[in-house]
Design a protein around this ligand. Structure first.
Ligand SMILES: Nc1ncnc2c1ncn2[C@@H]1O[C@H](COP(=O)(O)OP(=O)(O)OP(=O)(O)O)[C@@H](O)[C@H]1O
Ligand SMILES: [Mg+2]
Length: 274
């Protein structure tokens, strides 16, 4: 299986985009959540780990960077008066687009479904909103929820982030996309954090992470590039139910196995970020 993953991943990697890095002395740590394959649970994961971090007393802001299919406002039960595009289009100030949520210490820069981003293509406007939010120096964490795929917008966020977390499932097509991401990032990043959703045990994720590492070694990806396995999250039917009810699983089911797993992932995340 891992040979075919490698072959297919090569087709997905496209390194044509120009590079840009963020300059910041901000205390705010930038974390970008991505996956390659769609529907693996990124937005749900982002909302829940952000909530759990905020419960620990950290000030957290989420950027809904799923261009065109924004849904973080639904998960967090926020009715946005402004979206991040109002800031990009100079219709609102940065403070106005950083929205409070029903959860203490947790803010949202909402996206907008159906927005025609093509007006701003390659103008690095998304990097600018990240830079400006970091410069506020108000948050402990700025967490970016990207959309599916490795398109230009996702790459723009990956380019500017040193803390990248890939959420995947054990599904071969999801792993193919993760390997494509590893190939791309290994050229100029030092590491990638890997977390497995819909995965029953810690060991399943660990074993697959090791196989991906071995594949990287075999294919001579940059040997300084490290995969940091940070844990697994099981499936729970209540996750989609709470999502539909505009509630957060980790808030409603504080002692559930999934919430405990999410807390372990946070412990590993905090040990691994720059
Ligand atoms: N651990 C889980 N157990 C059960 N259901 C889950 C779990 N994680 C996510 N889901 C469900 O999977 C569906 C997809 O989740 P979500 O929208 O978070 O994925 P996504 O990766 O953000 O998708 P997209 O790529 O479209 O942005 C949702 O219905 C969500 O409730
Ligand atoms: Mg999503």
């Amino acid at each position: 299986m891992f040979n075919s993953i490698s072959a297919q991943a090569s087709k997905l990697v496209n390194m044509t985009q120009s590079k840009r890095t963020i300059n910041s002395n901000s205390k705010t740590k930038l974390i970008t959540i991505t996956s390659g394959k769609g529907g693996v649970g990124k937005s749900t994961f982002t909302a829940n780990i952000s909530y759990l971090l905020s419960q620990k007393g950290y000030k957290v802001a989420i950027i809904d960077a799923d261009i065109g299919l924004a849904n973080m406002q639904v998960l967090l039960n926020v009715k946005p008066q402004y979206t991040l595009f109002d800031y990009i289009d100079a219709k609102a100030t940065l403070k106005e687009v950083i929205l409070p949520t029903p959860y203490e210490n947790l803010s949202l820069l909402a996206g907008k479904s159906g927005y025609k981003y093509s007006n701003h293509s390659n103008s690095f406007v998304l990097s600018r909103i990240v830079q400006d939010t970091l410069d506020l120096d108000e948050f402990d964490f700025l967490i970016v929820d990207t959309g599916a795929g490795l398109n230009d917008y996702v790459q723009e966020f990956l380019n500017i982030s040193d803390n990248i977390l890939a959420l995947t499932t054990t599904d071969p097509s999801a792993l193919t996309d993760v390997y494509a991401l590893m190939k791309m990032l290994s050229k100029d990043k030092s590491s990638l954090m890997l977390c497995f959703n819909h995965t029953k045990t810690h060991n399943i994720g660990l074993t697959i992470s090791k196989s991906l590492e071995n594949l990287a070694q075999k294919n001579r990806l940059n040997s300084d590039f490290m995969i940091k396995y940070i844990g697994n999250v099981s499936s729970s039917e209540s996750i989609s139910t709470t999502g539909r009810l505009r509630k957060l699983f980790a808030c409603e089911f504080t002692h559930d196995k999934v919430t405990l797993e999410l807390n372990s992932v946070i412990d590993a995340l905090l040990m691994n970020i720059n």
